[in-house]
Design a protein around this ligand. Structure first.
Ligand code: HEM
Length: 153
């Protein structure tokens, strides 16, 4: 047995409440497809999906972490949640948790903070208003096709 064996599971393996989160992120995509297709969609295998929503997935702009990092101020505040990029600039002042907590993550990944705070379904729903893109496949850590295994051996 490996000393260290960590698996980043595909989205299809997540707990129900996490899956809800992920479904909400891509609601318009997953609602219109069969369960088998949905599982492929949420695991990131977009090529295998042949439906009307395929294009909307592909149309999402690819934004890398380097570009995200430039938007780390109150005048332009981008954050990454589950490999999706959000522009929160206009939302900062109205965030119920205050602007400071979001600004702390401006220009970088805020996934664990966002989840750790226990945001409501309404909050998760509202995320899509600020969605501007997604990370390139090689920079993703949550939506990895077929999962990613890190092993010590
Ligand atoms: C675009 C991203 C975000 C959106 C749309 C958002 C939305 C919301 C909403 C709607 C609430 C009210 C409570 C609820 O419905 O859950 C809330 C509360 C809160 N959020 Fe966020 N949030 C975002 C990012 C973040 C981030 C990155 C943090 C970092 C820790 C954070 C920390 C908090 C905290 C601490 C509260 C609790 C406020 C309280 O109960 O007094 N949020 N957020």
């Amino acid at each position: 047995m490996d000393l260290l064996s960590v698996s980043f599971r595909s989205m299809a393996d997540l707990e129900p409440e996490q899956e809800e989160f992920l479904e909400l992120e891509g609601r318009s995509i997953v609602e219109k497809v069969e369960p088998s297709e949905k599982s492929r969609l949420i695991s990131g295998d977009e090529e295998s999906v042949d439906n009307g929503e395929k294009n909307s997935l592909k149309d999402l702009r690819t934004i890398n972490l380097n570009e995200v990092a430039w938007h780390d101020t109150v005048d332009s505040c981008w954050i990454v949640i589950r490999d999706f990029v959000y522009d929160c600039t206009d939302f900062l002042k109205s965030h119920p948790g205050g602007s400071d907590v979001i600004l702390e993550y401006a220009g970088r990944d805020a996934t664990l903070a966002f989840i750790g705070t226990g945001h409501s379904s309404a909050a998760i729903h509202s995320l899509k208003r600020y969605l501007i893109g997604e990370l390139p496949v090689e920079e993703r850590i949550f939506r990895v096709p077929n999962g990613l295994k890190i092993s010590a051996s």
